[in-house]
Ligand binder design. Structure first.
Ligand SMILES: C[S@@+](CC[C@H](N)C(=O)[O-])C[C@H]1O[C@@H](n2cnc3c(N)ncnc32)[C@H](O)[C@@H]1O
Length: 281
């Protein structure tokens, strides 16, 4: 069964039963332009630490500056942490979590995720490289996003090798015609263009992610009829990938425009619709 929730994801997630999802993908927003005057802190493991964190370890906070990676850094970690804890709670024992994030924030989030999932659960850092748009004259143009993959149990997770799509060899002349025709499996660097501004995939919703990227994640990291969750759903790209590949989706977004786009885009999958009252959280 497919479900679409309109509301604050933290409120919705709290209502969902533990260990009920096989695959969770999120692509949270991050406002890199925001100016705040907060101090940036980093949490480090320390026997003298004044906080007890995940796994009963002690942590202390160290000041790393007034403006490292923009001033919204502190707020973003405070915002995302309870949601990451929910993701962990909601994953089935063999489930996987995919976290799509900005290159400026990924390192801080990785430390947080390592604390929540355990370092051994970190399997891959996937670089989605897109090479589209204007070039900088002042630095190397930043043309990638990062997707972190955590498996709840690093010894036992879904990885459907046979479902990996093939890509062309860079030098097909070096591998012989049979191999060249079959292509090769991608590495942890995924070259894929952004959603074309004029293409038929485009919904008009900002930050829409390409189906090719999400189809790959869905096919390789879940099985037909599995339960999939995206709680920053936006235009519903992950939901579309789930439904078109025979999986069930739960999608959450608090923006009425996202809900409008998803209701149209995902009508074919007939999701049940739920609205969470605003006064909850
Ligand atoms: C980067 S967009 C996701 C784009 C999506 N991956 C796609 O392909 O269209 C992030 C989304 O998170 C939603 N969002 C932000 N904070 C939220 C919250 N607390 N609860 C639910 N949705 C939230 C925003 O409305 C936005 O649609």
């Amino acid at each position: 069964m497919n479900k679409l929730y309109f509301g604050n994801n933290l409120a919705v997630l709290a209502t969902l039963p533990a260990a009920s999802y096989d695959l969770i993908y999120i692509d949270p927003p991050f406002n890199t332009g925001k100016v705040q005057s907060r101090t940036q802190l980093r949490t480090v493991r320390s026997e003298q630490g004044d906080r007890v964190g995940f796994g009963g370890h002690r942590y202390s906070s160290i000041k790393i500056g007034e403006r490292a990676y923009g001033d919204s850094f502190d707020d973003f970690l405070a915002f995302i942490e309870p949601r990451l804890l929910e993701a962990y709670r909601l994953l089935k024992p063999q489930g996987s979590f995919f976290f799509h994030i900005d290159y400026r924030e990924v390192h801080y989030c990785k430390v947080l995720l390592d604390q929540i999932f355990g370092r051994d659960s970190f399997i891959n850092e996937i670089i989605w490289a897109y090479d589209y748009g204007a070039r900088s004259r002042k630095k190397w143009s930043t043309k990638h996003d990062t997707i972190l993959w955590y498996a709840k149990d690093p010894e036992n997770y879904t990885f459907n090798y046979d479902q990996i799509d093939r890509i062309p060899y860079m030098a097909p002349g070096l591998v012989g015609p049979e191999k060249a025709a079959r292509g090769k499996t991608p590495t942890d660097v995924w070259w894929n263009t952004i959603v074309s501004p004029n293409g038929k995939e485009k919904t008009g919703y900002p930050t829409q992610k390409p189906l090719a990227i999400l189809n790959r994640i869905v096919r390789v990291h879940s099985n037909p009829n599995d339960q999939l969750l995206d709680f920053f759903a936006g235009s519903g790209s992950f939901g579309e990938a789930a439904a078109r590949n025979g999986r069930n989706f739960t999608l959450i977004d608090q923006n009425p425009q996202a809900i409008e786009v998803m209701r149209q885009r995902l009508a074919f999958a007939e999701p049940e619709f739920y609205e969470i009252p605003k006064d909850i959280i």
